[in-house]
Design a protein around this ligand. Structure first.
Ligand code: PMP
Length: 309
């Protein structure tokens, strides 16, 4: 669904609430030419205690951390961005939504050095259902190993959520969709399993849970962290600092993706090889249902993870 079909009309930009159609930048914006922006993607859930942003603090923290390698000073404090986001949700009377903060080098000159370009900051919110579809959450998706590799962390900081990085995600995802798959899995430069184009990956084998370590050129996903904590609280053993080979995907009992957009999405086939019995596995289901109970506040635990609007 395109933005024009959505009931949203306001964007926060550099300290002001502006009409959706007026949230514009110049075509010679540095970030447009060189991918010099950092961004976040978070979700506000319609909880039993009203709309609440899930792990907002961690998303804001990652936004500021992502800006560091690029010497980018975000001109607003975390408190100001929090207030702006809450007001944006309130003004548009949204109960649940996706939240997209972005900071990028703006318009002044087009040398690769952004030295004289201002930092622009904006926040948009809009309703967004299941990223890979409702059916995906229940029945899982079919994925392929991309022929594209992830950037190595020696080439670009892969732990920063930088706009320019996402052309790699786009290539991998579109290659997969052209071949009839819902999403890709991307290997790192060493050939180990890294992550999805916009998701972290988990594997289940013999009742234990595995996910590639942070040194595998992955984004330090906030849902990854959430799932590790929930799984441990459920009593599972989680190995979160391992290398996973391509072949291990084929022999896994279960696989699933995590992400703020993708939430917890089972994977039922990799490269046309059936994973487990080809449906959402029991451990994936346990973690997924716990995840949704938590984000919808059907339990009082983990209240510190919420920023109420
Ligand atoms: N890896 C990549 C490349 C991503 O874009 C995302 C989405 N932000 C993730 C992993 C998952 O991270 P998170 O759970 O913080 O959304």
């Amino acid at each position: 669904m395109g933005f024009d079909e959505m009931d949203v009309d306001t964007i926060w930009m550099d300290g002001e609430f502006v009409d959706w159609d007026d949230a514009q930048v110049h075509v010679l914006t540095h970030g447009l030419h060189y991918g010099s922006g950092v961004f976040e993607g978070a979700r506000c859930y319609d909880t039993e205690n009203g709309p609440a942003i899930f792990r907002w603090e961690e998303h804001l923290e990652r936004l500021f951390q992502s800006a560091k390698p690029y010497d980018m000073d975000i001109d607003f404090t975390k408190e100001e961005l929090t207030e702006a986001t809450k007001e944006l949700i309130q003004r548009q009377e949204l109960e649940s939504c996706y939240i997209r903060p972005i900071a990028f080098y703006g318009y002044n000159s087009l040398g690769v050095s952004p030295k004289d370009c201002p930092t622009k900051t904006a926040i948009a919110v809009w309703p967004w259902g299941a990223y890979l579809g409702e059916d995906a959450l229940e029945n899982g998706i079919e994925v392929m190993i991309s022929s594209w590799r992830k950037h190595a962390s020696s080439q670009i900081p892969t732990n920063a959520k930088t706009t320019g990085l996402y052309v790699n995600s786009m290539l991998a995802g579109e290659e997969a969709r052209r071949n009839g798959f819902a999403e890709a899995i991307v290997l790192n430069k060493e050939g180990h399993v890294a992550e999805g184009p916009g998701e972290n990956l988990f594997l289940v084998r013999d009742g234990e849970i595995y996910t590639p370590g942070l040194s595998e050129s992955i984004l330090d996903g906030i849902t990854r962290d959430t799932v590790i904590e929930l799984a441990e609280d459920l009593g599972y053993t989680v190995h979160d600092n391992v290398s996973i080979s391509r072949g291990e995907l084929h022999t896994a009992d279960e696989l699933f993706f995590t992400g703020s957009a993708a939430e917890v999405t089972p994977i039922r086939k990799v490269d046309n090889v059936v994973v487990g019995d080809g449906s959402r596995g029991p451990i994936t289901e346990d973690i997924q249902s716990t995840f949704f109970e938590v984000v919808e506040r059907k339990t009082d635990e983990y209240d510190e993870w919420f920023e109420y609007v």
